[in-house]
Design a protein. Structure first.
Length: 277
């Protein structure tokens, strides 16, 4: 099943790793990139090599350093050694980066972060490759704003500026086009549960099916936002049942509202997400 919560944890901190593993996150991302200083990257890899084997949730992922960085190839030595479900690839600029990574690692699942450089905003359709091991796409604003030379990624009213809204929307649309999971970005203030709740629920309404987290305290809010409510499940079940009873119908009335085939597709997705519980 697609993870709802993707929790980043610095790979050089055994204490933080233990807390992350004790959380209810669906996926843990051991970070070898931004949160680990260059001097600590080797010791972080050693920690990951010695992780205990696990068979239950959560999925274990590792964010490697970008293609072309001096640390990238050393990070790849973890594959097949550590108990890793998949790779998170930062600063991806197109589907060709995922394919290049696959040539080095085989068909291990890849979650690409696709909006961290200016060039990345122009290669979104290239991720639509049936031979690719890509399974998820997420977006990030911090590296993009730095690369653009922006003093802030927010408007005067506190909302994201247009460029970052564009990056977020392009990620969502590109993931849907590629048939992979769209994952919303982080909320940096991990103490602001209300802001996280509002943002995660909005992301769920728009079509994202998961969200990145940077602290275990964010996991419960994210999981709740991406778990269909009982009312949503009942409505979806009614739509599916109505079309099963009338398979040749194009439009039906369910609960006093007209529904058509796109509503059926949405209903089935709701039931797929609910089935994880």
């Amino acid at each position: 099943m697609q993870p709802r919560s993707w929790l980043f944890v610095p790979a050089d901190s055994e204490k933080k790793i233990a807390k992350a593993l004790d959380s209810d996150a669906d996926a843990i991302i051991f970070d070898l990139e931004d949160s680990v200083a260059p001097a600590n990257k080797a010791s972080a890899r050693d920690i990951l090599k010695n992780l205990p084997q696990r068979t239950e949730r959560p999925q274990l992922w590792v964010r490697i350093n970008p293609i072309g960085s001096e640390f990238h190839r050393d990070d790849l030595h973890l594959i097949g050694v550590a108990d890793i479900h998949g790779i998170v690839l930062p600063k991806a600029e197109g589907g060709w980066d995922v394919i290049e990574l696959a040539h080095r690692t085989g068909n291990i699942p890849v979650h690409a972060i696709v909006t961290e450089t200016p060039a990345s905003l122009f290669g979104m359709l290239s991720y639509r490759d049936p031979k690719s091991p890509l399974v998820a796409m997420s977006w990030g604003a911090e590296d993009l704003s730095a690369a653009l030379g922006a003093s802030s990624k927010y408007d005067a009213d506190g909302g994201l500026s247009f460029t970052y809204k564009l990056a977020r929307s392009r990620c969502l649309a590109a993931a849907a086009a590629a048939g992979v999971q769209p994952v919303d970005g982080v909320v940096a203030d991990f103490k602001d549960d209300q802001a996280l709740k509002v943002e995660a629920e909005a992301a769920s309404r728009e079509g994202f099916t998961g969200k990145l987290a940077i602290h275990p305290a964010q996991v419960a809010v994210i999981n709740a936002a991406f778990t269909p409510s009982g009312e949503e499940v009942r409505h979806a079940e009614a739509i599916v049942a109505a079309f099963e009873a009338h398979p040749d119908a194009g439009v039906l009335s369910v609960g006093g509202r007209m529904v058509d085939r796109p509503h059926l597709v949405q209903a089935r997705r709701v039931l797929e997400r609910a089935a994880r519980e």
